[in-house]
Design a binder for this molecule. Structure first.
Ligand code: 13P
Length: 252
């Protein structure tokens, strides 16, 4: 058995209103309490304004709440941004940083992502650092180079297996229904782990969780989660339906 406990994380992205989100969270809690405790860690990352009500709905279950982004600075004049210490104060256990949608929509560079990840760690949260190649980069044969370079540039100083999780999210597989084949996912995960070994040492690399994200669904989760270097999933679309998300949790 792997020394790495799997993590299934739901990224709700910019979806949901108050009522529906409370229902979704309650349905997850019902799943949590109705069966045996899952064999993996479970996290959901709602939009910022829903963190408080979702955390309240999840209270008492083992399901953790996280955020989808944070600012690199702990406070200050940054209109519209959200600081990591506030997220921690609201009960967030983790923050997703460097998602490809933020890299694309907000021009986030590796340096920005690294600074945000460091802010998350400084606030006592786990940083979930996302990397992934575009279709164009894959077709140009640049997949491994792009992913290792993003990892090197985005990994926070002070990263440990306890405070940092890597998420491999091929951009062409996000929200497209097109999923990486097991061979494609395993290849990149193994290369990311080798890169982690050179950055953090072999022992830390062996203990660091690397999630797969990109059209993970109930019908492909078990196969992806059984790969030697896949330590969980970062789930978009399928995390918005309690039954689908829980089917992935139980696939662990
Ligand atoms: P989908 O599961 O909708 O493809 O999204 C994946 C993702 O981007 C998770 O962060």
């Amino acid at each position: 058995m792997s020394i790495r406990r799997k993590l299934i994380a739901g990224n709700w992205k910019m979806n949901g209103l108050k009522a529906g989100s409370a229902e979704l969270a309650s349905a997850l809690v019902a799943n949590w309490t109705s069966g045996a405790p899952p064999a993996c860690d479970v996290l959901v990352c709602p939009p910022f304004p829903l963190i408080v009500p979702v955390a309240a709905a999840l209270a008492g279950s083992g399901i953790a709440v996280g955020a989808q982004d944070c600012h690199a600075r702990p406070a200050g004049a940054h209109t519209g941004d959200v600081a990591a210490p506030l997220l921690a104060d609201l009960g967030c256990a983790a923050v997703i940083v460097g998602h490809s949608e933020r890299r694309a929509d907000h021009g986030e560079t590796d340096a920005t992502v690294k600074a945000k990840a460091e802010a998350a760690l400084a606030a006592g949260m786990i940083a979930i650092v996302c990397v992934g190649e575009t279709l164009e980069q894959r077709e140009a044969g640049r997949t491994l180079e792009v992913n290792t370079s993003q990892l090197r540039g985005s990994l926070p100083a002070g990263a440990t297996p306890a405070n940092t999780v890597i998420a491999y999210e091929p951009v062409w597989a996000i929200g497209t229904g097109r999923v990486a084949t097991p061979a494609q996912a395993q290849e990149v995960h193994a290369v990311l782990r080798a890169e982690l070994a050179s950055l953090l040492g072999v022992e830390s690399a062996a203990a660091t969780r690397i999630l797969y994200g990109g059209s993970m669904k109930p019908d492909n989760a078990a196969e992806l989660l059984s790969l030697p270097d896949v330590d969980g999933g970062l789930i978009g679309g399928a995390s918005l339906k309690a039954a689908d998300f829980w089917a992935i949790v139980t696939a662990c």
